[in-house]
Design a binder for this molecule. Structure first.
Ligand code: PAF
Length: 316
């Protein structure tokens, strides 16, 4: 372990991308991998200012759980929502008592579920990102779309520690719960549509899926206005136009990207359905979010996706 290194847990697309961002700020970085530990450098493919493809290499330390030693003050958990708590518990004894634990994962629920497991004085900085990235190998990632990222304190109010420890002051935000819900809405529209219809992000804005895209946004905007919606006071009076602009913008900026859920379905991996459409399935009446319910059911019944596609297209 290098002194004062960040521990980035997960070498998926977002973990590798953020490891490179931290290295750009000259922070030492250790990346914890589940398997396939690379022994070289981290390579990031992206476009330079002229739009030409470039490759940049970063010197990071890749390790497995067995190689963990010492205690880290700064940990960034970049895992799937369903793995977040287990990933933290795996590294917990290697985290400092008064430290910063940051998360970057899709969906809602996993971040709050982590709070009771933290050490008493640890601060939980929940993060969201709409950047597009594709993992090419265990040590190679391609940036596939621009987006923004934000982190905000979820459990207590020691904001000073953030300034002290987090090298990106401009991504700090006061109301992270609002951002988490907005991001949940982005994922609840783009991810199921791309995964069910096997399309890239930009294609949600095209026929035959566009009417479903519009209807899904309308449905979310309406449910968020309901008094019974758990986070109504946090989202305020968000309109369907605002939501539509935000989601369409992410779809355009990451147009050529395959969403994480589409990638999971293609590779027969577990999806984040439980933390995305599953959130609405559990938290809102099915009469209020019939499309989210239909997405949820379709993704839990992937053998019959063709049938579900027909049913969905007939819903609007
Ligand atoms: O899950 C994803 O793929 C991403 O959150 C997003 C923003 C939809 C881009 O692909």
């Amino acid at each position: 372990m290098t002194k004062d290194a960040w521990l980035v847990v997960g070498n998926g697309a977002i973990g590798l991308l953020w490891a490179s961002k931290l290295r750009q700020l000259e922070q030492p970085v250790t990346v914890l991998c589940r398997s396939d530990v690379p022994n070289g450098m981290l390579t990031v493919e992206d476009l330079d200012e002229e739009g030409s493809q470039r490759q940049t290499q970063y010197d990071v330390e890749f390790i497995t759980k067995e190689q963990l030693e010492g205690k880290y003050t700064k940990v960034l958990l970049c895992t799937k929502a369903f793995d977040l708590v287990a990933a933290y518990l795996d590294v917990r004894k290697h985290t400092k008592k008064r430290g910063l634990i940051a998360t970057l994962c899709n969906g809602l629920g996993a971040q709050h579920a982590l709070i009771p497991h933290l050490k008493k004085q640890q601060n939980l900085w929940a993060g969201i990102t709409s950047e597009g990235a594709l993992k090419l190998d265990s040590d190679r990632v391609k940036k596939t779309g621009n987006g923004d990222s934000f982190f905000g304190l979820l459990n207590q109010s020691d904001t000073n520690l953030y300034g002290e420890l987090f090298p990106y002051p401009d991504v700090q935000c006061q109301n992270i719960e609002r951002r988490l819900i907005e991001k949940l809405a982005v994922n609840a529209v783009i991810n199921p549509l791309t995964a069910i219809f096997s399309i890239r992000n930009g294609q949600v804005l095209e026929a035959p899926v566009k009417p479903l895209f519009d209807a899904a946004i309308e449905e979310l905007a309406n449910v968020m206005k309901e008094d019974s919606f758990k986070f109504k006071t946090i989202v305020g009076d968000i309109t369907s136009e605002q939501l539509s602009m935000r989601i369409a913008n992410v779809a355009r900026l990451t147009a050529m990207n395959c969403s994480s859920m589409y990638e999971d379905v293609r590779h027969h991996r577990r999806t984040e359905n439980e933390y995305i459409s599953g959130f609405f399935h559990r938290e809102t009446p099915s009469t209020a979010t019939p499309l989210q319910d239909a997405f949820y059911t379709a993704l839990n019944d992937q053998e019959n996706l063709e049938e579900h596609k027909k049913k969905l297209l007939a819903m609007c």
